[in-house]
Design a protein around this ligand. Structure first.
Ligand code: MRU
Length: 366
């Protein structure tokens, strides 16, 4: 996607053909800065501190973390150590484990002197696959947008989204925002209600920023406004991403997603989830019981950062002294609240049957 008119991806190999460059998402929307990762530890730090975030991008960054580790030491021990360090960075997005399993599985079978080139090649393929997957999700989602607009008898749509499931959360396009970009580019008049997404404000800082860069009409709302908008006919459909989808169609996404799904159900509105297949965890079927929910530092809740009038970025404490903070980063939306899952292979019901109809090769494993 474009930033100030120039095309970017969220992650790429630097000119030295070894280091990895990323956009530091902790500085957006105030500063667009590129950071160079040269070591495994820096890659792990980038994922943990959320310089890179969003399920597909976490997977791609982990793949490049393996590359950086292997470039320094191509032994089996170094590969296992890198796997463990990267896996420990964030617990919820299954793309992390998926990418690490993929990388380690392939590299283990190669002689040491072939591992570095193979690692970079596979990491690049993971990025290309992610882009192709998300572009296909965009095409399938566009059909849904067109259908909803046609049923309403108008060429405009009000879409509500939560967190950031845009190109910043992937390598390009994004998941939930891919249909929005495709619809906008196809001439459908899409307006997006962007949930602020406390405590880290991915909606305000990232989604609103990237929609603005692409010229998509949008309005930021506080997290609890969505239900009111739905009751007043100001939302036509809700679309979000997912960090982990169970084999039965439960989805786990940024904290607060579940409440949006409940409000959508109560107002008889479509609630779609866009997901690349590496987000499906075929091993589990009960999202509430089986998905580990990341709990982050309470400081993300008690403190808020912003830009002063003189341009200086500061962090301020908004909490009463002594109050405990609980910072659950994700919640689970049960399948029965989801209208449909939009994957790279098409749209299906949020159910085991639905997922297996699109991924029949998985029918044997679940
Ligand atoms: O904590 P984050 O910012 O990594 O959470 C991201 C989300 O919740 C996204 O909606 C999710 O990764 C799916 S979209 C690409």
């Amino acid at each position: 996607m474009r930033v100030n008119g120039r095309a970017y991806r969220t992650i790429w190999v630097a000119a030295d053909c070894q280091s990895v460059e990323i956009i530091d998402q902790t500085l957006l929307p105030h500063q667009f800065a590129i950071v160079t990762l040269r070591t495994l530890d820096r890659a792990a730090h980038a994922i943990k501190s959320m310089q890179v975030r969003g399920a597909p991008l976490i997977g791609a960054a982990a793949a490049y973390g393996i590359c950086l580790a292997i470039a320094a030491d191509a032994s089996d021990e170094a590969l296992d150590r890198a796997y463990d360090i990267l896996l420990a960075t964030r617990p919820t997005a299954i793309n992390l484990r998926w990418a690490l399993d993929d990388m380690r599985g392939r590299l283990r079978n190669l002689p040491r002197n072939a591992r570095v080139a193979a690692a970079y090649q596979r990491a690049a393929e993971i990025c290309e696959e992610d882009i192709a997957i998300n572009s296909a999700i965009g095409d399938h989602g566009l059909k849904i947008f067109r259908d909803v607009a046609e049923k309403k008898g108008r060429a405009s749509l009000n879409v509500l989204t939560h967190c950031n499931a845009g190109w910043l959360a992937a390598v390009d396009w994004g998941t939930a925002l891919a249909p929005i970009y495709k619809a906008h580019d196809a001439g459908l008049d899409v307006h997006v209600w962007v949930d602020e997404t406390r405590p880290r404000n991915q909606g305000m800082s990232l989604t609103a920023w990237e929609l603005g860069q692409h010229g998509v009409r949008h309005t930021v709302i506080a997290d609890n406004v969505g239900g009111h908008l739905m009751q007043h006919g100001m939302v036509d459909l809700v679309i979000v991403g997912t960090d982990r989808t169970t084999a039965s169609g439960d989805v786990c996404n940024k904290i607060g997603t579940y409440l949006k799904a409940l409000a959508a159900k109560d107002n008889d509105l479509p609630f779609y989830v866009a997901l690349p297949s590496p987000t499906i965890d075929w091993r589990i079927s009960d999202g509430v019981k089986d998905i580990p929910i990341e709990q982050r530092d309470g400081e993300e809740l008690s403190h808020i950062s912003g830009r002063l009038q003189d341009g200086k970025i500061v962090q301020v404490d908004i909490s009463p002294p002594g109050s405990a903070m609980a910072n659950f980063a994700f919640d689970v939306t049960p399948a029965h609240l989801v209208t449909g899952l939009i994957t790279e292979r098409g749209v299906c019901a949020a159910s085991g049957e639905g997922l297996r109809s699109l991924f029949p090769e998985r029918a044997r494993t679940v």
